[in-house]
Structures are given as structure tokens and as C-alpha cells.
Design a protein around this ligand. Structure first.
Ligand code: A2P
Length: 312
């Protein structure tokens, strides 16, 4: 049995009216000497027009250079970067620093990377792009003097010509409810970027965000490092039966669920094939959707931000 693979050029609309390609290149861990640069250049050559990075990925310089070197007009590429926790109290400064590293005049989307504010006082070398630690070895997480509501208040004031859309990442329903009920809340986040794959299908959060007109973006859509989802027997069986790659099965499942998906690779052949999707037969789609019920949920990006609790 074989299916029709096509280069995916679907787009999704954000609540601001901006249009975003449904598949974007993820660049978390694309941080070798030229991994970020080569991956972004390969992606743009293969037809991607959506690149996702973050200040803490430490590759904004490579990502920006590849975008500039690609020769593709800037306005044809959707670029996202993210505010790191140590700079929650100064998002405009952080945005300007990201733009400087990217070598770009604006980003299409600027996300609060985590709802977690980190302390600057324990940083001794002036480098804010880190996870600062207290003398007792615990992460320096601020919960009394600052919170994500105050961060969002400042993000709402960012100049639109530098951050065309603003959104959040790693927000649970409860944290979104608190944010949206806060007194100075004005701008509904354009997106909530979350870990999302067949072992963590996030069905309730997706539905809740849909009702609020917040687009979902899936990070680690293949299960992140070593792509554990791609070695699930169910995925391997479907890929073999349909004569496609396991990654194409999983990415097509994401696309069919209707949100934005950000597969990461540093290999040009994988980057190219990850953009080729197809319509999964209903039976296979449903089996993948049930995988987490059978095997249990798996969260690969589960950082201990205590005393702040993220996923409640
Ligand atoms: P690599 O960068 O070496 O290609 P996620 O998108 O969930 O973060 O997962 C990315 C992981 O999946 C990376 O380890 C990446 O490795 C791997 N990967 C990405 N695309 C493919 C593919 N088509 N086939 C196999 N592994 C892939």
C-alpha cells in the first residue's frame, strides 16, 4: 500500500491575522559549530518558510545568518524566538539582544519560553542565557517578587514593529487561566508552544486553547533527543505498510490534528523528507491517537522548576 506524499505548504492563521506555515524547523539542540546554520539553510532550500529558535538555544546568530544568506526575502519567512527566564523583568532589552544576535529587524513571533522567572542575582559572569543556581545547588527560581503575569504585562508593551506577535510556551490550562484573568491582561497569546507527540497528545489543552483562539505549536514532535516516538512498533508498522518514513507518519499525524508542528533535524535529507506529508488512513490515525492510553504518557522535557509548578 502506498500513499501520496506532498510538500506541505499548509498555513494556519493566528488571532492577530498573521499567517504562519504549519510546519516549521525546530532548532533546539542544533548548536554545534555550524549545525544551526546548516539546518536552517537546508530547510529554507527545501521549502520551509518557518524557523523556530530561542535565546537559550544559543544559536540565534547561526539561524539569523542562514536566513540572511538564503537570499529569500525576509517577509517570506516566519521567524520565532523566545524570552529566557532570567530576562522576564526586561523583555524589551532581551528582544533587542535577540534581534542583534539574529541580525534581523523584527521577529514574527516572540514567546515567553517558560512561565518561570529566574534570578539574575546568582549570575556572576554577566551571561543571562543560563539556568542560574543558588549556593545550595537548586535552580534560582523567583516566585515572590515576580511572576509570569508581570512578564506578560511587559510583553504586551513590546513594539509591534519588532515583535509582530507575542505568545507563550509551556503554559498549562491553569496558568493560562490565571494569566487571562489578571487585571492588566489585554493581548490574547497568539500561540502556546508545548511539548506534544503521540505519547503526550495534550488533547484537553489543545481544545481549551482552541476555544480561546490560541494556536498550539508542537515542540519535540518526534519525542526530542533520539526520537523515541520513531521507534514505537506501531509507528514502524504503519510506516512500513504505507511505504513512508516513521517521521512522515508522526508529522502527518500532527498536521492532521490541525496545529503547528516543529520537527528538528540537522540532516538535510531528513529536513527535506520531514516536509513531505500525507493523509493518514483513519484507522492508523486513531491508533496513533490512542498510543498514550495504551503505553502511558511520556514527558521528555520535564525540568524541575520547583518551587514553581509548571504542569498543573
Ligand atoms: P537529527 O537532528 O540528528 O536528525 P524533535 O523534533 O522531537 O525534537 O526530534 C528530533 C529528533 O529526531 C532529533 O534527534 C533528530 O535527529 C531526529 N529526527 C528528525 N527527523 C528525523 C527523521 N526523519 N528520521 C529520524 N530521525 C529524525
Amino acid at each position: 500500500m502506498s500513499v501520496q506524499l506532498t510538500k506541505d505548504n499548509n498555513t494556519v492563521q493566528l488571532n492577530s491575522g498573521s499567517v504562519i506555515p504549519q510546519i516549521g524547523l525546530g532548532t533546539w539542540r542544533s548548536t554545534g559549530e555550524k549545525d544551526g546554520y546548516n539546518a536552517v539553510l537546508a530547510a529554507l532550500k527545501a521549502g520551509y518558510r518557518h524557523i523556530d529558535t530561542a535565546a537559550i538555544y544559543l544559536n540565534e546568530d547561526q539561524v539569523g545568518k542562514a536566513i540572511r544568506d538564503s537570499g529569500i526575502p525576509r517577509e517570506e519567512i516566519f521567524v520565532t524566538t523566545k524570552l529566557w527566564g532570567t530576562q522576564h523583568q526586561e523583555p524589551e532589552k532581551a528582544l533587542n539582544e535577540s534581534l542583534e544576535r539574529l541580525g534581523l529587524d523584527y521577529v514574527d513571533l516572540y514567546l515567553m519560553h517558560w512561565p518561570v522567572c529566574l534570578g539574575q542575582n546568582s549570575i556572576k559572569d554577566g551571561n543571562f542565557l543560563c539556568i542560574p543556581q543558588l549556593p545550595n545547588g537548586k535552580r534560582d527560581v523567583i516566585i515572590d517578587s515576580w511572576n509570569f503575569i508581570k512578564t506578560w504585562e511587559l510583553m504586551q508593551l513590546l513594539p509591534k514593529d519588532k515583535a509582530r506577535n507575542i505568545g507563550v510556551s509551556n503554559f498549562s490550562i491553569n496558568n493560562l487561566k490565571d494569566l487571562m484573568a489578571s487585571p492588566n491582561f489585554k493581548v490574547v497569546p497568539a500561540v502556546n508552544q508545548i511539548e506534544l507527540h503521540p505519547r503526550l497528545p495534550q488533547t484537553e489543552l489543545i481544545q481549551w486553547c482552541k476555544e480561546k483562539n490560541i494556536q498550539i505549536e508542537a515542540y519535540s514532535p518526534l519525542g526530542s533527543m533520539d526520537a523515541p516516538i520513531l521507534s514505537e512498533p506501531l509507528i514502524l508498522d504503519i510506516a512500513k505498510k504505507l511505504n513512508v518514513t516513521p517521521a512522515q507518519v508522526v508529522i502527518s499525524w500532527h498536521v492532521q490534528r490541525g496545529y503547528i508542528v516543529l520537527p528538528k533535524s540537522i540532516h538535510a535529507n531528513r529536513i527535506e523528507s520531514n516536509l513531505q506529508t500525507f493523509v493518514l488512513p483513519e484507522e492508523d490515525f486513531n491508533k496513533i491517537s490512542s498510543l498514550s492510553k495504551e503505553k502511558g504518557e511520556l514527558r521528555v522535557c520535564n525540568i524541575d522548576w520547583s518551587p514553581f509548578v509548571c504542569f498543573v
